[in-house]
Design a protein around this ligand. Structure first.
Ligand code: SAM
Length: 226
């Protein structure tokens, strides 16, 4: 899989995409992630990629021209399954969406900035808009990193024990059960006996019950959607 992220702040994405599971997935050639600096696609002598909004109002607007050039260059090299724009008013990212995106071959993620982007980019150049939640961040880089991380960890082989991704919260519309490790007794706070019993089937049953209980208590709407 290949993920190309178009951004005005590539430095902001370098660290989050160069550690842990994403780093290992890149090393195993399961994913190639490229950071494309939007400023490389402007002829402006100050490398500016924004301008004042027509009609006035506070905040600068990302220009369509450099975005168009960046996307056209990428599209001339390969076909893309999705061209995603990060936006607080897009569809909210879910595990189901991450699962679907993890099965694609080539994705572009366009990180927005400033007050927003020229609406014509959204109308004509992108295929999908994704929000990472109902709040406003300063730019689309952190959302792009979140979307990328959520996708990459689901690519088969990215996590050594594949079950580990499959048993995460939301994979089956249930929250994950609690987990414990050594010591089994920490100052009198004990691990549930069942987990020390060695009875695999009983442990699975307990975990499933815990998942149902936690989902009903913490996220009842997920349980009702099931
Ligand atoms: N004026 C815009 C609005 O009210 O929707 C917010 C602009 S925000 C300061 C700058 C950029 O950050 C957005 O264009 C978008 O690309 C990104 N962004 C901010 N919050 C986001 C979120 N919750 N999910 C995805 N992208 C977000």
């Amino acid at each position: 899989m290949r993920i190309d992220i178009i951004t005005v702040l590539p430095e902001l994405l370098e660290s989050p995409l160069n550690h842990s599971i994403v780093k290992r997935a890149k090393e195993k050639n399961l994913v190639e992630i490229n950071l494309i600096n939007l400023r490389d696609f402007t002829n402006d002598k100050y490398k500016s990629v924004d301008d004042y909004a027509f009609g006035g109002g506070a905040g600068m607007v990302m220009l369509i021209e450099p975005v168009y050039k960046a996307i056209e260059k990428l599209k001339s090299e390969r076909d893309y399954d999705e061209i995603i724009y990060t936006s607080p008013d897009g569809e909210v990212l879910t595990q189901r969406m991450a699962n679907q995106l993890s099965m694609k071959d080539n994705i572009i993620i366009l990180a927005g900035h400033y007050k927003g982007i020229d609406q014509r980019v959204r109308d004509h150049l992108i295929t999908r808009e994704i929000s990472i939640g109902d709040y406003v961040l300063s730019g689309g880089e952190i959302p792009a990193a979140v979307i990328t991380d959520a996708i990459v960890r689901l690519i088969p082989g990215a996590i050594s024990d594949e079950q580990s991704a499959l048993s995460d919260s939301f994979q089956d519309d249930l929250l994950a059960p609690p987990v414990f490790t050594r010591p089994s007794d920490f100052m009198g706070w004990k691990v549930p006996d069942i987990l020390l019993s060695g009875h695999a089937a009983e442990i699975d049953k307990w975990r499933h019950e815990q998942s149902i209980e936690r989902t009903k208590k913490l996220r009842p709407e997920l349980f009702e959607d099931e």
